[in-house]
Design a protein around this ligand. Sequence first.
Ligand SMILES: [Zn+2]
Length: 83
Amino acid sequence: MRDEAVSDETPICSAKACRVAAVWVLAWNNPKIHTPERRKTWLACEEHREHLSQFLGVRGFLKDVVPLTEWEAGPGSSAPERS
Ligand SMILES: [Zn+2]
């Protein structure tokens, strides 16, 4: 069975049962099981960004929310600050 709606190139939102293309990357870390440098990532569509970041935020896991385009453009680097 093939899913023709999405290609491997299209990141999909991590929210449960959501099949919308993701536009945000949520970088998080669980200090109980991950080393501090480690980053787990969730993908989120526009609709679920808040829901997912809240979920991680209340647990103190959320480190960063970055637009997917930026995340892909500069892996591992945080957005440069303009002076
Ligand atoms: Zn979604």
